[in-house]
Each structure stands twice: as C-alpha cells, then as structure tokens.
Design a protein around this ligand. Structure first.
Ligand code: GCB
Length: 616
C-alpha cells in the first residue's frame, strides 16, 4: 500500500462503510414502535464544519471534531468547538423555518441530536430506525457510526440498527439534515413553494422479529370484470406479501375477520403471490368508505392494516370507480398550515385540511407537488376522498442526467410502496408542467412505465403541457400517449388575459382519454374587496371561477372528467413578491393565510353541490 493510500485509509473506510438504504418497511402504524419525536438539540452549520474538515474532506468517522461525535472533555485544557446543549432545541417532527424567526429563510445544514435508551427486545428481534420524511438530504449517525443516508424530502426511509451498536442507556443519535436546492435533485432549484427544511415528519424505532413482513399489496384483482363480480357478489382479491429476507420455507397467514377469511400461503424465498375469493364484499367508495381489518402473520410476527377494496379504471374517455363513471370534484393542496406558517405533518393537520375539502363538496384532492404525510391517505381512506399523489418532478428537471432519473425513480418507488394499500389513492402523478423535448418525454415516459410496473392497479398521470395558437388550446404533448388521463393546468383569465376570455377558448385534444384539469386558479388577497376587474380582489377571483365554470359547462369536450382548482389554501412562495397583495404568498387559495374563506370558495362549493346533486 502506498503512503497516500495509508494516509487516506480512514477516510476511504468511512466512505465505503456507508450502507445503502435498506428496503422500506411499510405500515409502521400497524407495528410495534417507539416514538423518537419530541425535543431534540441542534447545531446550525451553514459552513458544514461538522461534516468536512478544514481541507473540505468528509471527516473520518472517529474524528472528535465531527458533529456526529460527542466532544470528549475530560480535563480543563481539552478543546472542542461543538456540542449539543439547551437552549438550542428544536421540535421533531416539524420544519425548522417555523420554529424560530432566525430560521425563516434558512436553507442549508442543521444537525439534530438526541439520546435514547435501548428498548427491551427479545433475542430474536431487531430494531430499525424509521424516518417518515427529512427534507432533503439526511445522514444518520448512531453512537458515532454512520447508519446511512437518504435523499428526497417527502418519502420515508429506515435503517436496521446493528445490535452491538446499542448501549443500554444514552445512545447518541445525530442527523445531518441539509435542504440546499440543487439543479440535479428532485425537485430542482426552481419551485413555486417554500423549501421547508428539517425532520418534518415522525421518527420512530420499529421493533420487529428478525424475519418479518416488510411490504404487501392486497387489493381487488384488476383483471376481474367488476360488473360480473358485483352481480355474483363474489370478488377476487389478489396481490403479494414480501418478507425482509428470503426463507427456505415458511407460512404466512392473512385474515379478514369480518369476512370470515383466514388464508395461509407457503412462502419460499422472500415473497409470495396471493389470490383468493371473497363473498359479500362491501366495496370502498366515496359514499361508502368501507375499510376492513386485515391481519398478516408470519411466525410470531403480526401486522394489522385497514384496507378498502375498490376498482379504479379508465374506459375510453371515462374514469370508472367500481364500474361506475365518476366525475372528480377536486382541489389541489400543498402540505402547509398557512395560519401557523408551517408544514403540516400530523393526523390533526390531515383532518383539518380534509375537513375543508369536504366542506367544499369536493370528492378528490391532488396532493401537490410531492407525497404528503401518511396521515393524508389514511384519513382520505376513512373519509372517502380520492387522491392523486405525485413526486416533485416539477418544471425544469435535469432530464439529460441519468442520475436524476434514478432519483426520481427511487422517490416514485418509495411513494408507491408506502401508499399502495390505500383505497383513496387512485392516481400516481409522475410530474408537473415539464417542458416538451425528446429527452424529457423519454425521462417522463420511463416514470409512467415504472409506476405501471410497480403498481398496475392505478391510473398514472402528469400535468401535461398545453400549446396555444390563435385562440386554440392544443393538447398534443407526446407524454399524453403514455398517461391514462389527459391532465393539464390552465390559467385562462389569470396569466395573460382576463376571466371572460375563456368563453371563446377552443380546445383541441389529441388523445381520446379522460380529460382532467389538474389546476386552474386566480390570486386574491383575503379581505381585499373591489370591483371585479381589480386584480387580487376577492371579486376578481370569484369572477374567474364563475367564468371557468361556465366554460366547463358550455365548451368542454365530452371527455371532461374532473377538475382540481389551484388551490385550497394560500401558501408561502418566495417567488411571489407583489408588495401590496402577495408579500411572499401565492394568493390563489380559496382560503387565506389566516384561515378565512374567500368569495370564490363559495362559488366552487355551489358548483360542486350542483354536480353532487346530479350524481356526478
Ligand atoms: C402552476 C404550478 C403551480 C403554481 C401555479 C401558480 O402551474 O403547477 O405549482 O403554484 O401554477 O400559481 O402559478
């Protein structure tokens, strides 16, 4: 070994010993867990001093100056330049921006630290460390050892804790969190929302037997004819169950007590396909969000879920739910509680937002522009609200870069893995307003194909591009060949013209597929009233909605299958700098930043009420 290699050996070892992220454990709510939420310590580190040495090289694992290590102070003369101490505390889960005025616009690195005692576990059990989301890049260290890293701000990840790494007491857990925006990440540098940083969702320990059920998918079999199944009242359920590691042989059982179902499946390797018939199934729908307790067992390991069974499909230009045509009375939603200027993350937050959705008479939500916390699909499952959930492939992604595609693919996989058993989720969104080019269409169609391969039971969509030529809106984006529906965002009457302009708009849609407006909206400052011609007045926004609704009723093609206006609540966006009306907020919400409903809320509510009464 030459001198140079010896010199850098500790560094090389520390880099190569970083483990790849282990397979995602789904449904943590149905497992034995211990929460690590609460008050953590932090160090704000804009210069990355805790990560890199003064030559800007990643610090070796045992470097006392690394912020993942506890400073060793044994005598007065000992020297250290970091430490975790009160009052430098921060709440987990939660974005950092809303926790202290000092963090309001901070983008960069913050180190999070806390200790925990070893939970009591049996000899045949393992402990995993699970993060529901960290925005954007997380490096995780336990007792000075790196467990791994994860990129992607809105999807979960977990690491197995090597048993010999845990002490009985005072285990030192440190997370390096960085939310800098980069051209080659997903999302990229340019978005119309605030880049909230931090450990934004739950952190927990999962205690599980060494061999356990990691993921599963149980659903109404996609291939069966739903009309026939309904007639006979006999349904086929199918899917698969996957263990965390292969076994030579084993038995997995699945029970649905309410249906008097108990099935056993022989597993060889790490997964097994399942299929079985059930009678008298109560199908999940928006009017009847029926969920069944489903219990899986493997050896001593057991996991519970609540699953609804329904079929979503496209038939020509119609979207069918359980064989019946459905019109999507939608609304878009960012994951933000505007009146508290923070990211939403809890069950309570989900209930608040979906409560507003129900009040609007909507039956569908587009969760924009990234996967929201798991509480949203869980709550939507129990309230009977349909969801479109998407990855943040937004605007000008670096489509040429194969590494960027891999990042998008891994976020897509994590999103689908987490939510594939949620009946409410009917659409996977793979991107928003991505500019047409050959390389982009190859990138985006790869994502569509991936989504269909990972989950053939749902619709796949993207907000496509619209061309405009002399009064005609052309929808011929080549990505439309691949998606199940033709979804697009339109702002006729906000960007470039005034609301009545949409009455003369013509639409030419190349694809014979369900046509869905995935955004439309206008800005209004809550409480600002004037004549309807006055931009940013509530009257203008209401006028916009009235004209749009007229257009939907009069000029839209037969294939019109739904609309999700932009957006339920005002949200923070550093791109919105009109000093009178915006002040850092995108004002297209139907509800303002203080929680007050604007006039347009009632206009849309009324339209949806009419549709609902006509059974649409
Ligand atoms: C869009 C984007 C959305 C923006 C919105 C707007 O088309 O998809 O993220 O916030 O327009 O307000 O302009």
């Amino acid at each position: 070994m030459n001198k140079l290699v010896l010199l850098y050996l500790p560094l090389i070892l520390s880099l190569t010993s970083v483990k790849a992220q282990e397979n995602l454990i789904v449904n943590t709510h149905g497992r034995k867990t211990i929460s690590l939420n609460g008050t953590w310590h932090y160090i704000i580190d804009p210069y990355e001093t805790g990560f890199y040495d003064y030559r800007f090289k990643e610090r070796p694992e045992n470097d006392p100056g690394a912020y993942w290590n506890k400073p060793l102070i044994t005598k007065k003369a000992d020297w250290t330049e970091h430490g975790y101490k009160d009052p430098y505390t921060i709440e987990v889960p939660g974005d950092w921006n809303s926790q202290d005025r000092m963090f309001l616009y901070y983008e960069g690195t913050i180190w999070y630290q806390r200790t925990f005692d070893k939970p009591t576990v049996n000899a045949d059990e393992d402990i995993y460390l699970y993060f529901a989301a960290v925005n954007y890049e997380a490096h995780v260290y336990l007792n000075g050892k790196k467990l791994g890293m994860h990129k992607g701000g809105f999807t979960p990840f977990n690491f197995r804790i090597p048993p010999n790494l845990l002490k009985d007491y005072d285990n030192n857990l440190v997370i390096h969190v960085n939310n800098n925006r980069h051209k080659d990440e997903i999302p990229t540098v340019n978005t119309d929302w605030w880049n909230y940083g931090g450990i934004t969702r739950d952190v927990k320990l999962i205690i599980t037997s060494k061999q356990f059920i990691e993921q599963y998918h149980v659903q109404l079999d996609q291939k069966q004819d739903i009309a026939k199944a309904k007639k006979k009242d006999k349904y086929l359920l199918s899917g698969w169950i996957k263990l965390n590691e292969p076994v030579t042989t084993g038995l997995i059982s699945l029970s649905i007590p309410e249906l008097k179902i108990k099935k056993e499946f022989q597993v060889k390797g790490d997964s097994v396909q399942i299929a079985f018939e059930v009678d008298e199934l109560d199908l999940w729908s928006t009017e009847n969000p029926k969920l069944y307790d489903v219990i899986f067992n493997f050896n001593k390991h057991s996991i519970n879920d609540k699953i609804g069974f329904r079929k979503i499909e496209v038939d020509g230009t119609k979207i069918l739910l359980n064989g019946n045509e459905i019109f999507l009375r939608g609304i878009c939603l960012h994951e933000e509680i505007p009146d508290e200027r923070r990211r939403a993350y809890s069950k309570k937050d989900a209930l608040k937002m979906l409560g507003q959705v129900r009040e609007l008479n909507a039956n569908m939500v587009r969760l924009s522009h990234y996967p929201h916390s798991v509480f949203m699909p869980k709550m939507a499952d129990s309230l009977g609200i349909l969801l479109w959930t998407e990855i943040p492939v937004y605007w000008t992604i670096d489509f040429k870069n194969p590494e960027v595609l891999k990042k998008a693919q891994s976020q897509l996989k994590e999103m689908i893995s987490r939510d594939r058993n949620r009946a409410s989720v009917i659409t996977w969104g793979v991107g928003n307003e991505t500019p047409v080019s050959e390389v982009r269409t190859r990138f985006m169609s790869t994502l569509v194909k991936d989504a269909k391969k990972i989950d053939p039971t749902r619709l796949v969509a993207a907000a496509l591009e619209v061309g405009y030529n002399r009064g005609v809106n052309y929808v011929d984006d080549p990505l439309g060949e691949y998606t199940d529906i033709v979804a697009l965002n339109e702002y006729l009457g906000w960007y470039g013209s005034t609301p009545e302009a949409c009455q003369t708009a013509q639409w030419k849609i190349k694809y014979s597929k369900p046509f869905f407006i995935s955004e439309t909206g206008a800005g209004a400052k809550g409480g600002f009233h004037d004549q309807k011609e006055m931009r940013f007045s509530e009257e203008y926004q209401q006028w916009y909605y009235e004209e749009q609704i007229k257009m939907f009723k009069n000029q839209f093609p037969e294939s019109f299958s739904g609309v999700a206006p932009w957006i339920l609540n005002d949200f923070r966006s550093p791109k919105r700098n009109n000093p009178e009306y915006q002040e850092g907020w995108n004002r297209k919400g139907l509800i303002d930043e203080n929680g007050n409903k604007k006039l347009a809320f009632y206009t849309l509510q009324q339209y949806y009420k009419e549709l609902k009464s006509k059974g649409r």
